[in-house]
Design a protein around this ligand. Structure first.
Ligand code: ADP
Length: 402
């Protein structure tokens, strides 16, 4: 069974096609700046050859047609070979706690969730609609960023505001990056050759967006993102947790409207907002080396918040066996990993700095044998997990049909 995995964003479509069992990527790529005059296409063939083009891609439907044409020219003979499509869906609300085959009922639920994630859901749903037209024969499966967090207990997910807002509007913590947290936790158990049920894990997904997740018995018990992906850690351009009164104060002082305050908190804050330089941690590390005070402060703030967040999950788990670093920063920045772990020495965490320097973008343990906590770098592979989950659901559908 060949599976196409799609991640439809507002102006981009990321894709990957997997073979049977999802162990091998046959081809993958991204179409960016959809809707603009110069959309960018990057396609990687199975053998590793890369095709890069600039062309006009007016909408998502056109992007998908281009992707399918590329797949037919070199990866598959016919679109009928694609048995299932796995869609990465940002929000499944409260009612969906596992990957599901998309039918009319699921689509209705997704549309209901759309207002909970207005920046992402309309594009996710658009991707499904287009695939239902172009790849009509394939089973469409939705895999959610939120479903892994459905095991978080109510005392952790309810906000201390009048309960009626939870009842009326479903305002609560949902959590995101669930596909990534689930994938790396499972992988950590495989690397350590230990049953995941026996591990207390904190996964640090540190990319442009960043979140921590406390995982026990293979289940998410808490995470730092909340009702939206704006909560929790300080991020590339997002503020993370701040005193909510700051928002009210700024709106009053600056006469800022809702759209503008949303832009400030989502796009102009985080390490970009502090440094005034960049949201990219590589730029900040370079600027800090050259003596930029603001870059130094931004990094210091980020590291402090990651370490503090990890510490806050220790009582949630009742201890810690494994600390995982993943995503762009977590996989690559040995400096940030080292500084976070130094702040956690009181937990018995001890890094092998040699291994830490060595593991950039590659998987491996970076703690010393004497460390009380195993620290592991694991490159995330959300597409692979989506493909595996999609195959499971599609097989159930095929069994039912036959
Ligand atoms: P997202 O998926 O949230 O956009 P990624 O997981 O791709 O984010 O991470 C992107 C971030 O990773 C970039 O902003 C960059 O700051 C950071 N990054 C990538 N490589 C390195 C590196 N070698 N050192 C430090 N940071 C890095």
């Amino acid at each position: 069974m060949k599976v196409l995995v799609l991640n439809c964003g507002s102006s981009s479509v990321k894709y990957a096609i997997f073979d049977d069992g999802a162990d091998k990527v046959l081809a993958d790529g991204i179409v960016e700046r959809i809707g603009g005059f110069k959309s960018k296409l990057k396609h990687r063939f199975g053998g590793g050859a890369i095709l890069e083009q600039e062309r006009v891609v007016p909408n998502h439907e056109e992007a998908l047609k281009i992707i399918i044409d590329l797949l037919i020219n070199g990866t598959i003979k016919n679109i009928s070979e694609i048995s299932a499509v796995g869609h990465r869906i940002v929000h499944g609300g409260e009612k969906i706690n596992r990957p599901v085959a998309i039918d009319g009922k699921v689509l209705k639920l997704l549309n209901e969730c759309a207002e909970l994630a207005p920046l992402h859901m309309p594009h996710n749903i658009l991707g499904i609609n287009v695939c239902q037209r172009i790849l009509r024969h394939a089973v469409q499966v939705a895999v959610f960023d939120t479903d892994f967090h459905q095991t978080i207990p109510d005392y952790a997910y309810i906000y201390p505001i009048p309960y009626e807002y939870y009842e009326k509007y479903k305002v609560r913590k949902y959590g995101f990056h669930g596909i990534s947290h689930k994938y790396v936790a499972k992988r950590a158990a495989e690397i350590l050759n230990v049953n995941i049920e026996e591990l207390k894990i904190i996964s640090c997904h540190l990319g442009n967006g960043a979140s921590l997740c406390a995982i026990k018995n293979g289940k998410s018990l808490d995470t730092t993102m909340g009702f939206t992906p704006l909560a929790g850690l300080m991020m590339g351009t997002r503020c993370g947790d701040i005193d909510p009164a700051v928002v009210l104060y700024l709106m009053e002082k600056e006469g800022t409207c809702l759209d503008e305050i949303a832009r400030i908190l989502n796009e102009r804050s985080g390490v970009l907002g502090i440094s005034g330089l960049s949201s990219d941690f590589r730029d900040l590390e370079k600027a800090a080396e050259k003596g930029s005070d603001k870059a130094l402060l931004a990094l210091e703030m980020f590291i402090y918040r990651v370490a503090k967040g990890i510490g806050s999950f220790i009582p949630v788990l009742g201890g810690l066996d494994v600390l995982i670093f993943t995503a762009g920063v977590g996989e690559n920045s040995s400096t940030i990993r080292s500084r976070v772990c130094k702040m956690l020495q009181c937990l018995g965490i001890e890094l092998d700095e040699h291994l830490n320097l060595e593991k950039r973008g590659i998987e491996g343990i970076i703690s010393t044998p004497a460390s009380d906590v195993k620290v592991i770098v694991i490159p995330t592979d959300e597409e692979k997990l989506i493909a595996k989950e999609t195959i499971k659901v599609a097989e159930e559908v095929f069994t039912l049909v036959n």
